[in-house]
Each structure stands twice: as C-alpha cells, then as structure tokens.
Design a protein around this ligand. Structure first.
Ligand code: ADP
Length: 214
C-alpha cells in the first residue's frame, strides 16, 4: 500500500484519486474548489481545500513524504506547470503530470515530471479503435507497433484448441489469457479450447492482432 497526493480533483484527478483508493492506497486530494473537495471527502483518506500554487501550502502538506504526486490540474496551464516545477524543486521524484498537448508534455518533462499522461488523447485513440472494430473491447499500447488486445474470439477460432490454431506461428501473437464468463485462464496451454463468446487477451504486433481479431 502506498501514499499518493492528487492535486486537482476535476474529472481526471477525481477518477485517479478514487481508483488509487479502491486499489488500497492512502490518498490525499487537494483542490481550490470546496465543492470538488466535499464531493470526495467521504471517499478519500484525506482531503484539503488549498491552492497548490502556493509553495508554503505544498510544503505544509508534506508533499515530500508521499510515494507519488499526481498533478491533475487541467485547464490552468500555468498552475499545472508551476506546481510541477515546485514539486520537482522540493526533490520529489515520482511526479505524474497531466498534459494537454505534446508540447505541453515536453515542457512538463523538462521541469521535472517523471511521467506524463495525455488522458484525452489516449481516450480518443481507445474510443476510435473500439468503435472501428466490433470485436476489440480493450487494448494497451506497448509501443507504437505492439499492443495487448482483448477481443471477442472470432468464429474461425471457435471449437479449436490453441495448439491447433497455432497463433504464434501463423500470426506471431501470443495468447495471455482466455476469459470464459466470469472465469479467466491465465497463460493457457496448447489444450486451451476456444468456445463461442470467449474473450481472448493477446499480445503482438498491431497488424497481426488486427488480422487475427477480424
Ligand atoms: P478535468 O478536465 O480533469 O475535469 P479541470 O481543469 O476541469 O480538469 O479540473 C482541474 C481541477 O484542478 C479543478 O477542480 C480545479 O479547481 C483544480 N485546480 C486548478 N488550479 C488549482 C490549484 N492551483 N490548486 C489546487 N487545485 C487547482
């Protein structure tokens, strides 16, 4: 279990804070807006109404003692960058900052953020991929060319074992898991049978995964 501070409790920050809490971590949520803070007061371990642009405030909140700090201020670019600079100058190593554009991300990296996230951009890619394919349910981009993808087993796989499908040789992809209703078979062997309605989680090159999930 770790301790995290989330600065800015808008839609993105609130979601990060709630999820970290659900994962068992202790979260401090900070926002200038009493309404935003109140909305999460019951759920998070600690909340404060405070302006993170004030260096004294940041220090008094003990930012240096957290395992990680998330700068989730969105619209206010100046505040987003300034808070990241101050956290970095305080010697905090694990700073995750939300960027609006690639240029903004480059600036955040220069001023000391250790991880930059682009939630709108990433969600746009995810939504486009899922609406342009009826079978792909979720994916994680490992690199521009490789992904982990979850998709509904295509008809051509149903009734066959992984051994007979030989996906590694045919498509260059590996099956990480088969989901059958509520059950999940992790690292299935050659005798793993694909039945109608199964979900397959595979890793491989994007082109190969697309060909195989069609
Ligand atoms: P989202 O798109 O994730 O909802 P917003 O920009 O709307 O992003 O929300 C960012 C949150 O950050 C808001 O709730 C805002 O009150 C808060 N915020 C902005 N500036 C500061 C600051 N200096 N200190 C603390 N919280 C801030």
């Amino acid at each position: 279990m770790g301790t995290y501070a989330v600065i800015g409790l808008g839609r993105f920050g609130a979601s990060v804070a709630r999820t970290l809490t659900a994962l068992g971590h202790e979260v401090l949520g900070v926002d200038t807006s009493p309404k935003k803070v109140q909305a999460l007061a019951e759920m998070l371990a600690h909340v404060v109404i405070a302006d993170a642009e004030d260096e004294e405030t940041l220090r008094s909140l003990g930012m240096g003692n957290f395992d990680g700090v998330v700068v989730a201020i969105g619209q206010d670019l100046e505040a987003n960058i300034l808070v990241t600079v101050m956290l970095s100058e305080m010697g905090i190593k694990n700073i995750t900052a939300k960027a609006q554009t690639e240029l903004h991300g480059q600036v955040l990296e220069k001023v000391g953020a250790s991880k930059i996230v682009y939630p709108e951009e990433d969600m746009g890619v995810k939504v486009a991929k899922s609406i342009s394919s009826e079978t792909i349910l979720d994916f994680i981009e490992l690199s521009p060319s490789h992904s982990i993808v979850e998709f509904i087993a295509p008809k051509k796989f149903v009734g066959k074992t992984l051994g007979s499908l030989n996906l590694r040789a045919k498509y260059g992809i590996s099956v990480l898991a088969i989901k059958k209703g509520g059950r999940i078979i992790v690292a299935p062997g050659a005798d793993g049978l694909v039945t109608a309605g199964d979900l397959l989680v595979v890793v491989g090159e994007n082109d190969a995964v697309n060909r195989c999930s069609d």
